[in-house]
Design a protein around this ligand. Structure first.
Ligand code: SF4
Length: 350
């Protein structure tokens, strides 16, 4: 669906002609000065603001008005004075922005930018799971669709997942979804045995495994480790710390926002980073003297990378793709997100 402008939008013909809709998304436009000028012209014309997730391409991060994690961006969308939000991230994140600011127009440059983790559980799956555990409290990580959030009691981020679960009556069962690695981390820290964990995973994070981490740690014994708790290697990182292979204080299990905070405080010369590789761009900008290296340099999210310079230009010119969440779903989803904010420090999402 598209939204229209009161003023006609003129796309520079050369730029427009280069936008190609290929299998991986919209391509064919160089992110040069001409593109940047056209993007800024359209942003002004549309009274819009551009928000970009930490995993976006560097050119998209550089042109955005705000760069951050999913929760920080949803809050920035709600606080923005502009009426139109152009959300450069994946679809569930744009939905969260819409849930928190229903009166605004939210655009995503390519609505096909999904998320394998959010897609690992549907509303129908969750209804069935709840029916099997009718007294359980449902805790959902923010990487979920609006429909799943609407069926959730409390959302959580990787920063406050432990606090949220600890706030629940120890005698109540907990259904934790959708990420099995974050669920395992929460179960280990809280020591709860009445927590059921959905077997979902992000294919990008799951691909960062313990063997690669061990090899990298052995090659750089003085490096610090920044590990996102959704990573397949989060358990390995804690194990290596327990074994003394890496001193415990050098292993940091952090959300993406937490990684940025830690980057400016670390005394380490080298940091191994276990999350999506787009994060390295922000970390290197935040602490240019630190050598940040990926644990797996192939860990790139193909959905995040669908938000190309061409897709952003198309979005601003055509008012597409608009994100819609029906009022009833948005109301219920908003409640579970607001409860998350009341419990501990939500910090940031992915
Ligand atoms: S990196 Fe994984 S969890 Fe994040 S948006 Fe991509 S598929 Fe989803």
């Amino acid at each position: 669906m598209t939204t229209t402008l009161t003023q006609p939008v003129r796309l520079e013909s050369e730029l427009a002609a280069r936008i190609v809709d290929g299998p991986g998304g919209y391509t064919g436009v160089e992110a040069g000065a001409e593109w940047a000028a056209e993007v800024r012209r359209l942003v002004k014309l549309r009274n819009a603001t551009i928000l970009a997730h930490n995993y976006q391409l560097p050119a998209i991060q550089d042109i955005a008005d705000h760069v951050g994690d999913s929760l920080a961006l949803a809050r920035a969308a709600a606080a923005a004075p502009e009426q139109t939000i152009v959300f450069c991230g994946v679809h569930f994140m744009a939905e969260s922005a819409k849930i928190l600011s229903p009166e605004k127009t939210v655009l995503i440059p390519d609505e096909r930018a999904g998320c394998s983790l959010a897609d690992s559980i549907t509303g129908a799956d969750l209804r069935e799971w709840k029916a099997e555990h009718p007294d359980a409290v449902v805790v959902s990580y923010v990487n979920t669709t609006a429909e799943v959030k609407a069926l959730t009691d409390i959302c959580c981020t990787s920063s406050n997942a432990v606090d949220v679960v600890e706030s629940i009556d120890p005698d109540r069962e907990v259904l934790f979804l959708p990420d099995q690695f974050l669920g395992a981390h929460v179960k280990r820290v809280t020591g709860r045995d009445n927590i059921h964990i959905w077997a979902g995973e992000c294919h990008v994070h799951a691909g960062i495994n313990g063997d690669e981490l061990t090899a990298q740690v052995e090659a750089s014994p003085d490096a610090e480790l920044f590990v996102h708790p959704e990573c397949g290697c989060a358990t390995s990182a804690l194990y290596l710390a327990g074994e003394g292979t890496v001193p415990e204080e050098r292993v940091k299990i952090l959300s993406t926002g937490g990684m940025l905070d830690q980057a400016s405080q670390t005394a380490a010369k080298k940091v191994l980073v276990a999350t999506e590789v787009g994060m390295l761009y922000q970390l290197r900008k935040a602490a240019p003297d630190v050598d940040f290296q990926p644990v797996n340099d192939r860990a790139a999210c193909p959905y995040m990378k669908m938000i190309t310079p061409a897709a952003l230009l198309r979005s601003l010119a055509a008012g597409a793709d608009e994100v819609h969440v029906d009022a009833q779903t948005a109301h219920a989803a908003r409640r579970s997100v607001e409860r998350m904010i009341e419990h501990g420090n939500p910090g940031s999402g992915e």
